[in-house]
Design a protein around this ligand. Sequence first.
Ligand code: PLP
Length: 431
Amino acid sequence: MDIPNDHRYAINLNVRGIQPSATLRINELSNQLKAEGRDIIKLGLGQSPFPVPQRVVEALQHNAHEKDYLPVKGLKPLREAIAGYINRSERMRCSWEDVLIGPGSKELLFILQLAYYGDLLIPRPSWVSYAPQARIIGRSVHWLPTHAENNWQLTADELDIICRDDPSRPRILILNYPSNPTGCTYTDDQLLAIANVARKYRLILLSDEIYGEVQFDGRHKSIARYYPEGTIISTGMSKWLGAGGWRLGTFIFPPELRPLQDAMAIIASETYTATSAPIQYAAITAFNGGDDIDQYLHQSRRVLKVIGEFMHRRLTEMNVDVRKPEGAFYLFPDFGAYRDALEKQDIRTSADFCKRLLEDTGIAILPASDFGFPPDQPSARLAFVDFDGTEALKLAASDYADREPDDDFVRQAGPRLVNAMDKLEVWLKSL
Ligand code: PLP
């Protein structure tokens, strides 16, 4: 008798062949090598090194008993707190009804693409998950070119070129700044120019501002100021409050996009139902802010800035081409100057590069191919997060309260990062 097809393998074609999220994979490989006794410097996963501020932790403790399902769109006092937070920082006038809460902004990005039937436009390089999400849902992805000389920024002209072929096509443009993976951000003029093109083609502009609070100069601005009617601001608690594992993200919609927000809420109601209740109660404290949270952010920015600039300088001295970061905790170095030497070692792709670097030196970083580039692009993303964030914040607020953190600060606060740069230098020389 013929055995019928094995239905256990009837996996949705959109998911077949997709690897688990690249950042999580490198983290698992690093953990595995660590368990084998290797010293791994973890510059792969982009997790905040800082602790959750004490008052927010206490708020979570006080709300551990909250056990009821909450409204699908989120707890009203939290939605009010987030509207207040956006209005304070962006001088906007959004209302609590414009706010949608979800279990991480990643999940909200996914259900946005489920709810909206349009192509996804993303600059290359972009965060690892936008394109796989689109692929899982079956949406087309268009990568928009950017250039290192131009700080990897999308230009209004390049956006216009893509849109003008089919001007009325529904599209979502994702703009993420400060950027994962480059650490670069946009000037006001650049945001305004992009906003004008977005308006011309009536794009949905998803402004992923999850690193906005850790722009080093504290002057992040949302593009929603320039294209309020079409911009959804995406943020959360994962990057500026050190609470990635708490899983809370938020979208702030313009009233014009209420039908889209409602469609997302329908999907939410049939999938995750609502975001964890104790986390939502605790998040009210975070988004209401206060002097302690301002101080925490101020010190976080100082720490990230000095470390980012130190890493940038060290890499540049190694003849590696890299932009100076302006926010977040990433660098996107280009090892093209070593291409011939690498090829002699049979290292031809960024994935080979990262694997060999991990095996030879114990440094874990992510290949450019995970960020939308072809395999032979000789770049990688380095997340400078392998340091004790609690100690670094203490040091910044004590010994360095009245003076600029310097190389000595980096050596004290981030010895593993300094070690990574030393090891990388030796390895590149040895090629
Ligand atoms: N957007 C960017 C650019 C990110 O780097 C991340 C996390 O790494 C996310 C969104 C998702 O964050 P979360 O789901 O924790 O809110």
